[in-house]
Ligand binder design. Structure first.
Ligand SMILES: C[C@H](O)[C@H](O)[C@@H](O)C(=O)CO
Ligand SMILES: [Mn+2]
Length: 417
């Protein structure tokens, strides 16, 4: 088996070398990619701080057994997933995932409520990213948080966002890796509003208050996430793409692009070059919308491959933060992490194996025939042999062999919860 794997790899390497690809250099580059694994796939965005129903116009469907009920269980599940994903990555936490016995509300959270996460991240050589949780709370009222008409409610959310930045700073300092902190607000109207401007003005001013405290970019990168619509905010979302992109540019923040947050025929792959050209920092929420922002597990579809190609072709790897954002409770949750993460990495590998310079040259010569012919032929190049070899050298399971281990873990651990 091992010999076959090496033989297939050597053969594939020769085939790619013929079109100018240095496969070893590609694998070195791929090994440097850090994905941000979203903790909320492990427990259906429930968290441990409050026993509140999920709100904010997002929804998880399915009742597959074994969701994590405690921070310990979630970490155990994440560990299981991480050993099946090649490379060293980050874990993305929401504020509601605080690990504490204290009865504390989200506006009073402190770094100490996350110490066990930091200790665990250190132990496993992981980075941590963070998100204030601006939903699943009684102060999410009439569909609004930080842009609410009521100053007291706005203040609550402003405070929550401020304390979240201090927690993120603590992560960055302790783990010596920048903590990407994403601000997403579900605020919006179900039906057509009269005043679209006032909530946006309030959100802009609230964000200015949140970001007033200067925290070194060595520790934290702030990102604002836009959205087209949510359940209950079908007609109007305060933090639309135009709002968030303009806010990010004007205030030197990162823009978070979620694959599911745009019109169905709009793609984020087509936005990356347009935004990166102006040096705006980008955070991706890689997700899969099916007819709407359904947050399905990421598969190797056309848009995923196009996103990966844009990152590679425009030399954006290492500049764009790649986070995952989906939640499926109808399948094994560990498998969901593994499938989505491995697909993201596979898409990047395929993109790295493309002869980009040659393709740009033929495009510049208006030889669109060669461009199309090459792109189509490349689809049956032996990238699978390279992926298998990469998994072997990174000490993670080859092809679907990880599944048996996940199934065993399901019987031994998940079904006993
Ligand atoms: C839980 C996440 O923060 C949330 O999914 C957000 O990023 C989003 O995409 C909302 O639609
Ligand atoms: Mn998102």
């Amino acid at each position: 088996m091992e010999n076959l794997l090496n033989r297939r790899y050597e053969e594939a390497k020769t085939i790619y070398a013929a079109i100018g690809i240095d496969v070893e250099a590609v694998l070195t580059k791929l090994a440097q990619v850090k994905l941000s694994l979203h903790c909320w796939q492990g427990d259906d965005v429930h968290g441990f701080l409050r026993n509140e129903a999920l709100s904010g116009g997002i929804s998880v469907t399915g009742n597959y057994p074994g969701a994590a009920r405690t921070p310990q269980e979630l970490r155990q599940d994440l560990e299981k997933a991480l050993v099946m994903i090649p490379g060293k990555h980050k874990v993305n936490l929401h504020a509601i995932y605080a690990d504490t016995d204290e009865k504390v509300d989200i506006d009073a959270l402190e770094p100490k409520h996350f110490t066990p996460w930091v200790d665990w991240a250190k132990e496993h050589g992981l980075g941590l990213d963070f998100n204030p949780t601006c939903f699943s709370h009684p102060n999410f009222q009439n569909g609004f948080t930080i842009s609410h008409l009521d100053r007291n409610i706005r203040n609550f959310w402003i405070k929550h966002c401020k304390v979240s930045r201090r927690i993120a700073e603590y992560f960055g300092k302790e783990l010596k890796q920048t903590c990407v902190t994403n601000f997403w607000f579900p605020d919006g109207f179900k039906d057509v509003p009269i005043d679209r401007m006032a909530p946006r003005k309030r959100m802009k001013e609230a964000l200015d208050e949140v970001f007033a405290e200067k925290i070194s970019c060595q520790y934290i990168v702030d990102a604002v996430e836009s959205k087209l619509f949510g359940i209950g905010s079908e007609s109007y979302v305060v933090g639309s793409h135009e709002f968030c992109l303009n806010y990010a540019i004007q205030n030197k923040k990162a823009i978070c692009l979620d694959v599911g947050h745009f019109h169905p025929t709009e793609t984020i792959s087509n936005k990356l070059s347009a935004i990166a050209l102006f040096d705006t920092e980008i955070l991706l929420h890689v997700s899969r919308p099916v007819r709407w922002d359904s947050d399905h597990v990421v598969i190797m579809d056309d848009e995923l491959q196009e996103i990966a190609k844009e990152l590679v072709r425009n030399d954006l790897l290492g500049k764009v933060h790649i986070g995952l954002d989906y939640f499926d409770a109808s399948i094994n949750r560990i498998a969901a992490w593994v499938i989505g993460s491995r697909n993201m990495l596979k898409a990047l590998l395929r993109a790295l194996l493309e002869p980009t310079e040659m393709l740009k040259e033929v495009e510049n010569k208006a030889d669109f025939t060669t461009r199309l012919a090459m792109l189509e032929e490349m689809k049956s190049y032996p990238f699978g042999a390279i992926w298998d070899y990469y998994c072997e050298t990174m000490d993670v399971p080859i092809r679907e062999s990880w599944l048996a281990d996940v199934k065993k873990y399901e019987i031994d651990v998940l079904l006993k919860r």
